[in-house]
Ligand binder design. Structure first.
Ligand SMILES: [Zn+2]
Length: 779
């Protein structure tokens, strides 16, 4: 029998190979040589399904790897088996078997360039006098029992708890979190997927590809993926997956009972019957072990101040400006709130005019930003989309009493924010299509204004980010920016150690103070180490009123370094105002480059000017020069930021000192430089918070003292910027979600340093967070 199974007993073959056969190395195989009495031995790494050639001959292909040559670039070869041997081999062969081929022929391999294997294929058939010996660790009887399983490339799948650094593996996983593909730096698409499996281990994979189609087609949390050839590396004690050459993926619906149909752009893939079972097992496991219902909603169910995923159809689109793009979509239901309409030029709006008009009461405008714009532009009208993590924002326009809701897809990819295109075959799309067809369009026309009646009291300030927090829960929400050499230390050990020292910790934020975030912004003098409250607008207003009582001194008008305008208000107060525009090279500058000084202005006037001009310095006249106001008022305004000086440490000079800066080649008007020439020691805006951290070994209070680094938000700008305030609120909600049990809080990795404070007889150790940043993706 040309195909023989040889049993291995105690590491040796029970029956030796015929003695006339000589072993040949992979690297010595050449076309044209006689291999009648030679044999080649390798390990089965791949086998294809048994097929029939056109003439009816059975054909079976296996790939053997030469383990002795595993370091060389080419270490595998295709074995093509014809005729009865093909059938016999297919019955018994298993992945990993040692396979011996004797008396073969070599032929140039037509696929060598693609498959990277040996330049020749090894051809085997009974007619050519070949023989095959298969060493198996199984008993021969077991092999014949499995003889009916004649299947193709056998891959080994590694459970997520068995991953090792530096390996390339195949695996299955259930999607716990994902970011739909987005254009990353450069031209590649990037997608991030966090997988779990019944081993309860977790793996986050970062997948890059120049081809959008080759990234997994994940539509929702709970989908199941199969990855082939994903590279595993260890980082910070955790395994991560990244794309390697030859990466391939299949994605399956994760719902129990759904058809097992892989989503892939590849036409060439293998999927075996037994893998169907794997999918079904994973579905069943996920159904009982994971909570994977995403925050999907219909437009009829949206809530203000929430985030949701929407499955919808694209009806229109328009460019708004360079960083935002408008999508008009519908899902057949009506949003219960008045929704905003993004103003765009009619000629910029793409879409079928008649349909846009017909659906005008059912479509909503979604404004997408930054990294989502490019993808949004490429979307086809009529396509079905799932838009992830849309922010429903309640807003009221200045001139309207009625609030409306706005839909934003903010920039970034946090919480999996993004846009996915669903194929028509997607079950959700099928359902949506059927529903859209059933919508009675005549009905919706009459619904136009019903919703504004219900407005009062509907809007509540619920900031329910729960479902999103769940997605972020397992990942560390902070990033360490230095000192990678420090190892984690338990809080108890830290509490029992002497100060000063530096540590790295992994802990949860049990609580923090102050809870009202605007209270955590203070002004700090680095010279005298004092902290002050940020003055409110009323103090400033009083100081300005007080200063306006002194009329501008006409002799201080139009000097060599500034031009002045003066006027008297027409109202009863007859207020005298002077504005001095600082010149550069004898010329006035563009407003956005200009520093001006104002006398006699009101709070509102000062604010208005500071929006338009680069720097505004409120001043008053003395007999021989202009001078700064009381230091409880800002000495400088730039945009919305007010700069204050330390009363204790500053010795203000007259305004003439500024002329030295104005004379510079290109005055930058940096606040620190202005402060310096004016004799001001500037106060810096800082975040000061007390974090109570816990890690299971103990609890520790650590101070956060931060200008910008931790939150990635400048402390100087947050008080006047609603967006930044929202961002910070959301960050804190992520770090320390209200109403969550300790177990459910996210982990924070931080650096903290201890230091001693002695106050009289009292000696205490304090802790401060440093060199730690909230992860970019958290908000
Ligand atoms: Zn000071």
């Amino acid at each position: 029998m040309p195909v023989q199974l040889l049993k291995i007993i105690k590491g040796e073959s029970e029956t030796p190979l015929p003695s006339h056969l000589q072993k040949e190395d992979l690297k010595c195989l050449q076309e044209g040589c006689d291999y009648t009495n030679k044999y080649f031995q390798g390990t089965v790494v791949l086998s294809y399904p048994l097929t029939k050639l056109r003439d009816g001959t059975d054909f079976f292909k296996v790939v053997l790897q030469d383990l002795n040559n595993s370091c060389s670039r080419i270490n595998s070869i295709n074995i093509l088996i014809y005729g009865k041997m093909a059938e016999d081999c297919a019955k018994v062969i298993r992945h990993g078997d040692t396979f011996v081929v004797a008396g073969f022929k070599l032929a140039k391999s037509p696929t060598a360039r693609e498959d990277g294997r040996h330049g020749c294929d090894l051809e085997v058939s009974e007619e050519a006098g070949s023989a095959i010996y298969i060493y198996t660790k199984r008993s021969t009887s077991a092999a014949s029992e499995t003889a009916s399983v004649s299947v193709a490339p056998k891959y080994v799948y590694t459970p997520l708890n068995h991953l090792k650094d530096g390996t390339v593996v195949n695996l299955y996983g259930i999607v716990k979190f994902f970011k739909p593909p987005y254009v990353s730096k450069g031209t590649d698409y990037c997608s991030v997927v966090t997988l779990v499996d019944p081993s309860n281990a977790k793996l986050t994979c970062t997948l890059f590809s120049g081809n959008l189609d080759s990234l997994p087609k994940i539509y929702k949390i709970g989908d199941i993926v199969r990855f082939h050839r994903i590279k595993i590396r260890e980082y910070n004690g955790q395994m991560q997956g990244i794309t390697s050459g030859g990466f391939a993926s299949l994605t399956f619906d994760g719902s129990v009972g759904a058809p097992v149909v892989p989503r892939t752009s590849s036409k060439l893939y293998t999927f075996l019957d037994e893998e169907q079972k794997t999918i079904e097992e994973l579905r069943a496991w996920a159904a009982s072990n994971l909570s994977i219902s995403g925050p999907t909603a219909k437009l009829s169910g949206v809530q203000p101040m929430l985030f949701f995923d929407l499955t919808c159809q694209l009806v229109g689109k328009a460019r708004v400006d360079g960083s935002s793009f408008l999508l008009k979509v519908w899902d057949g239901t009506k949003c219960p709130y008045p929704t905003w309409k993004v103003p765009v030029e009619a000629r910029d709006l793409e879409g079928e005019k008649g349909l846009l008009q017909q659906l005008r009461n059912l479509t909503v405008d979604i404004l997408v930003y930054d990294n989502h714009v490019q993808l949004a532009k490429s979307l086809k009208i009529g396509s079905f989309l799932r838009i992830y993590s849309i922010h429903t924002k309640q807003a009221s326009a200045d001139n309207q009493d009625v609030s409306h809701v706005e839909f934003h897809l903010h920039g970034g990819t946090c919480y999996g924010r993004g846009i996915g295109v669903l194929p028509e075959s997607n079950p959700d799309v099928k359902e949506l299509k059927a529903f859209l067809e059933s919508v009675d369009l005549a009905d919706s026309q009459n619904m136009e204004s019903m919703s504004s009646v219900e407005l009062d009291g509907i809007f509540s300030n619920v900031t329910d980010l729960q479902s999103h927090l769940q997605r972020c829960q397992q990942l560390s929400v902070t990033v360490l920016t230095d000192h990678q050499d420090l190892n984690n230390t338990g809080l108890k050990t830290i509490l029992n150690s002497t100060a000063p020292q530096q540590y790295r910790i992994r802990a949860k934020l049990r609580t923090f103070k102050p809870q009202k975030l605007h209270q955590c912004i203070k002004l700090y003098c680095s010279k005298c180490n004092s902290l002050k409250e940020v003055p409110n607008g009323d103090d400033f207003d009083l100081i300005l009123q007080d200063a306006a009582a002194t009329a501008p001194n006409p002799e201080l008008r139009n000097t060599s370094w500034y031009d002045s305008v003066m006027w008297t208000t027409q109202d009863q107060k007859q207020r005298k105002i002077a504005i001095h525009f600082v010149k550069h090279d004898e010329m006035l500058q563009e407003p956005e480059e200009t520093l001006l000084m104002i006398e006699g202005g009101t709070l509102k006037e000062v604010w208005k000017l500071s929006r338009r001009f680069k720097c505004v310095i409120p001043v008053r006249s003395t007999e021989d020069d202009l001078e700064l106001l009381d230091l409880s008022a800002p000495f400088l305004l730039q945009g919305s930021v007010k700069y204050y000086g330390c009363k204790q440490c500053s010795t203000p000079k007259t305004i003439k000192s500024l002329s030295s800066l104005a004379a510079e080649q290109r005055p930058s008007w940096e606040p620190t430089e202005i402060a310096q020439v004016l004799g001001i020691v500037p106060l810096q805006y800082v975040f000061i918070m007390k974090f109570t951290l816990v890690d299971g070994t103990g609890a520790l209070n650590a101070y956060l003292f931060d200008y910008e680094k931790f939150f990635q938000i400048p402390a100087s700008e947050i008080l006047t910027n609603n967006f930044l305030q929202q961002k910070m609120q959301m960050t804190m909600n992520t770090l320390c979600p209200p109403g969550r049990k300790l177990d459910d809080l996210p982990w924070l990795e931080c650096f903290i340093k201890s230091y001693n404070i002695t106050d009289g007889m009292k000696h205490q150790v304090y802790y401060q967070i440093f060199d730690t940043t909230v992860a970019e993706d958290v908000v």
